[in-house]
Design a protein around this ligand. Structure first.
Ligand SMILES: Cc1cc2nc3c(=O)[nH]c(=O)nc-3n(C[C@H](O)[C@H](O)[C@H](O)COP(=O)(O)OP(=O)(O)OC[C@H]3O[C@@H](n4cnc5c(N)ncnc54)[C@H](O)[C@@H]3O)c2cc1C
Length: 647
């Protein structure tokens, strides 16, 4: 059972702002930091890379501006809700353009393409024209998608699942048989019952890839995604997704958040029992952040521990010191830590983090709250001692990683009207290709996985933001991004500039460029390339510490969705909370914004299922939120339940 995070008054009797550290400066880290600052915390974000954004990064070269990751702006109300919580709005922060067509689909061996338009009626007509009767069936399918999406927003996406009782309300209970079917039937099977044409089935099944999954593994609950692209439409933020990140980083800074880039967190440390603290040094001797000790870089806390006789100079444990609740067992001396595991009756409490700056100097930063938004496996298995891990290596061995990707960023001379802003290229051997990426089992969905390989040709995605945004490419040029989903296997290698990546990655990139050239009818595409950079699975590991080099995070299979997905709080260390694509609710920018909000709900002990209430008047000054809430103030769900930590 985990507990709600203790109130700030307890953390700092002098009334100083409570300190929070956020590990990772991707969208979830920045959004969590902004919300925490608004909640009254003094927040520091520590980001390993030279710039913020994480997967939603930006790469510039020769007048081209490439978004390195996300390119679909879906669930616009979720972005707007986050901005509103921060006292602004999407309209104030971003210049959003509705895309029409939303996207174009190319099919292997076929000349005709299909454009998914920005309005529902056109899409229904399109389905009808391809398969008589499919228009009516699609109307029903999309009604169901819309209803499921509303249900998900109201009861599942904004729930921490700390307490499952608020889910047991009329609308969910009355739909239980349907929900069970939606959770146990695959998306591919569900779509296959609605439409028979392979191409239409592919259009309905592809959204599973956005969730790091396959239509043959994702539960049909996710048919709700079709509501997003066919009913809601697809938006694009002018300037690219870097603008979304920049706006959230600015909002966070304006709220008082400090952002340190080039800061790699190496360890989450526990709170020191004041009784065991070495006395403060008189002056100067230890009055520096870090020091060289023999050949090891160790920090001030480590020095104190050496002096206190807790560890020897090599970080090894000395005699077991008497320990009380919250005694620090972390630090550079991992051997000492494992020698003194916390007693079962002790609740370990977070005390801060150790991190390295760009020069490799070690630092310690103290805090009462740590929100880890980096890859969850990396955080759990490298920053915490085994006995403090909620999700140890044995957990990950049973889990499915979402696919990795070869990403290709291209600057191209001339125009490419053959491509829409978003274009999808679907192969005929759809099921076989997903089997290659995820490792098809001989024994069906639940059997052990078979070997993986890279499909040839692959079903790929191409983004051409220069179709909508003249600022992302120099005049007379196009900005192209190709995404080739491949197995989560870092052995496939790194990318590089101008063809200098590892051979397998460059070969996959060359094949994708040739495929676009042939299917879209641009035979001279390769010769027109003036800027080229690739990225492979090993880059996801090196840059982001991503589990198995997955581009997206744990796949949204049934066993890794909703309350089956890793939760957002450590069960072993109080004050350690999680956000981001690895945890609930899951993958994608909107989901990550929700995960940031779930941090706040967790801290308040708010077990309601709906989103936080927005400030009523956007222009009014925002009053600090009450902390901790006595009871949920959220009334968007049918039932509001008094906070009762339950897991
Ligand atoms: C190619 C691609 C296309 C995508 N397309 C879309 C799309 O169209 N629409 C959409 O909504 N979503 C899309 N996504 C998904 C979306 O980008 C992610 O779900 C989201 O950006 C994840 O954000 P995050 O903050 O959870 O993680 P990240 O962005 O990975 O941020 C985590 C941060 O932690 C940092 N970090 C790691 N280890 C440490 C450490 N030890 N110390 C300090 N910092 C550390 C990393 O450098 C990183 O900056 C796409 C993703 C990819 C890769």
């Amino acid at each position: 059972m985990t507990t709600a995070i203790p109130a700030g008054s307890e953390a700092d009797p002098k009334g100083a702002p409570r300190r929070a550290i956020v590990i990772g400066g991707g969208i979830s880290g920045l959004a969590s930091a902004a919300l925490l600052a608004r909640e009254g915390y003094s927040v520091t974000v520590l980001e390993k890379q030279a710039s913020v954004g994480g997967r939603a990064g930006v790469w510039k070269k020769d007048g081209f501006t490439f978004d390195t990751g996300p390119s679909w702006y879906l669930m616009p109300e979720v972005f707007d809700h986050f901005y509103k919580l921060m006292g602004t709005s999407a309209a104030e922060q971003l210049d959003l353009t509705r895309l029409d067509p939303g996207y174009r689909v190319f099919f292997e061996g076929e000349e005709t393409t299909v454009d998914i338009r920005s309005d529902l009626d056109s899409n229904l007509e399109l389905f009808e024209s391809i398969e008589p009767g499919a228009g009516v069936k699609m109307a029903g399918y999309l009604d169901s998608a819309a209803e499921t999406y509303e249900l998900a927003k109201k009861y599942f996406l904004y729930s921490t699942f700390e307490d499952l009782r608020p889910l047991a309300v009329g609308p969910v209970v009355s739909r239980t048989p349907r929900l069970i079917r939606l959770l146990t039937e695959t998306l591919a099977s569900f779509a296959g019952r609605a439409v028979h044409d392979r191409r239409l089935q592919q259009i309905l099944g592809y959204p599973a890839v956005f969730l790091g999954s396959s239509p043959y593994a994702a539960p049909s609950m996710y048919h709700l995604m079709s509501h997003l692209d066919m009913n809601d439409g697809v938006l694009y933020p002018q300037g690219g997704f870097g603008q979304v990140i920049a706006s959230i980083a600015n909002i966070a800074r304006d709220a008082g958040v400090e952002i340190h880039t080039g800061a790699t967190v190496t360890r989450i440390v526990l709170e020191l029992d004041p009784a065991l603290r070495a006395p403060e040094p008189e002056k100067s001797v230890y009055d520096y952040e870090t020091t060289e000790f023999d050949t090891n870089v160790i920090d001030r806390d480590e020095l104190r521990r050496v002096l206190a006789g807790e560890v020897d100079a090599h970080g090894n444990g000395v005699a077991a010191a008497p320990s009380g609740p919250g005694t620090s067992t972390a630090g550079a001396g991992a051997a000492a830590d494992s020698a003194t595991p916390p007693r079962a009756s002790d609740r370990s409490r977070v005390g801060g983090v150790h991190y390295l700056d760009e020069e490799g100097r070690a630092h310690e930063l103290e805090a009462e709250l740590v929100v880890a938004t980096a890859d969850l496996r990396h955080v759990e298995t490298t920053m915490l001692l085994p006995e403090l891990q909620t999700y140890p290596e044995s957990y990950w061995q049973k889990k499915t990683a979402g696919p990795s990707a070869v990403l290709v960023y291209l600057g191209v001379t001339g125009e490419l009207p053959e491509l829409a802003h978003h274009s999808l290229f679907f192969t005929k051997d759809w099921k076989g290709d997903f089997g290659k990426i995820f490792g098809a089992s001989k024994f069906g969905r639940f059997g052990p996985k078979g070997p993986t390989s890279v499909p040839e040709p692959a079903s790929i995605y191409v983004c051409r933001p220069s179709a909508t945004d003249s600022g992302v490419a120099p005049e007379g040029h196009e900005n192209i991004f190709i995404l080739v989903p491949i197995p989560a296997d870092p052995g496939i290698g790194h990318g590089g500039e101008d063809g200098q990546g590892d051979a397998r990655v460059e070969k996959i990139a060359d094949a994708a460029i040739a495929q676009v050239a042939e299917w879209a009818g641009v035979p001279d595409l390769a010769e027109r390339i003036v800027v080229r950079r690739t990225m492979g699975p090993a880059d996801f590991v090196d840059d982001l510490n991503s589990w198995k080099g997955t581009a997206l995070g744990p796949a949204h299979t049934l066993g890794q969705s909703a309350f089956f997905r890793a939760g957002n709080v450590s069960k072993k260390v109080d004050g350690l909370v999680y956000a981001g694509g690895s945890t609930i609710p899951g993958i994608g920018l909107p989901m990550c914004l929700i995960s940031a909000e779930l941090v706040i709900k967790r801290l308040r002990g708010d077990t309601s299922t709906g989103a936080l209430a927005e400030p009523a008047d956007e222009t009014a000054e925002i009053a600090p939120l009450t902390y901790p809430a006595e009871a949920s103030t959220d009334t968007s769900a049918d039932t509001a339940v008094v906070a009762e930590p339950g897991d």
